[in-house]
Ligand binder design. Structure first.
Ligand code: 5RP
Length: 229
């Protein structure tokens, strides 16, 4: 008797990366996120590169991959509005609210999401959660505010640490640092995002509630599930 093999997380990412092509509008510029799932999308996008005008990218890493595959990358200032933005997530809940920034690109991701009419999240099923907060929340910060912001997160019950790369604070594409905050249960993502965003020194908080997903293509053992919010 033949047994059906369960797909690996990498295969689920490939599946949703390819499924996202259906949301790309021929002749237009597409918003492109960052991360391992988006890399699968970029690879799939290359198969239709002659049918799109190009992309607006959310990171230096995605820009490098897009250009290497022959896809023109536009500066976000050159484009008023995008019809669709395709990106992954570290967590997504049943309302389309997300935690993002595991790949350190949250600020540019939020900018491109804000200039897009539709946010299509691509994720494997491990990312779907009842409440945001198990994944350490990324927050991009101005370095001189780091210690004060660590103390402010402590007042909410969070433990914030500076993200390191090779033993030194990671420097984002925007020249800033990142905090990762554990111990939070974000039951009201809209209010949480608004609150933390106005703390002096916060560049961007990795809660995407005001820029939530409209659609999630979720890679599951049974295939791609489409969630609409
Ligand atoms: C990058 C992100 C990514 O979308 C998020 O980390 C998910 O990445 P992956 O697809 O590699 O799991 O927010 O800043």
């Amino acid at each position: 008797m033949s047994q059906k093999r369960t797909m690996t997380q990498d295969e689920l990412k490939t599946l949703v990366g390819q499924a996202a092509l259906q949301y790309v509008v021929p002749g237009e510029i597409v918003g492109v996120g960052t991360g391992s799932t988006v890399n699968k999308f970029i690879d799939a996008l290359a198969t239709m590169k002659d049918r799109i005008k190009g992309a607006v990218s959310s990171s230096e890493a995605s820009t490098k991959r897009l250009t290497a595959l022959g896809i023109t990358v536009f500066d976000s200032n050159e484009v008023a509005e995008l019809s669709v933005y395709i990106d992954g997530a570290d967590e997504i809940d049943a309302r389309g609210y997300m935690i993002k920034g595991g790949g350190a690109a949250l600020t540019r991701e939020k900018i491109v999401a804000a200039q897009s009419r539709q946010f299509v999240c691509i994720a494997d099923e491990s990312k779907l959660v009842p409440t945001l907060g198990k994944f350490p929340l990324p927050v991009e910060v101005i370095p001189m505010a780091t210690q004060r912001l660590i103390r402010q997160f402590a007042t909410l019950g969070g433990r914030a640490t500076v993200r390191l790369a090779d033993g030194q604070p990671l420097v984002t594409d925007n020249g800033q640092h990142l905090l990762d905050v554990t111990g939070l249960q974000i039951s009201d993502p809209l209010a949480f995002e608004s609150q933390v965003n106005q703390w002096p020194g916060v560049v961007t908080v990795g809660v995407f509630a005001h820029q939530k997903a409209h659609v999630c293509l979720l890679g599951t053992a049974g295939g791609v599930k489409t969630l609409k919010f």
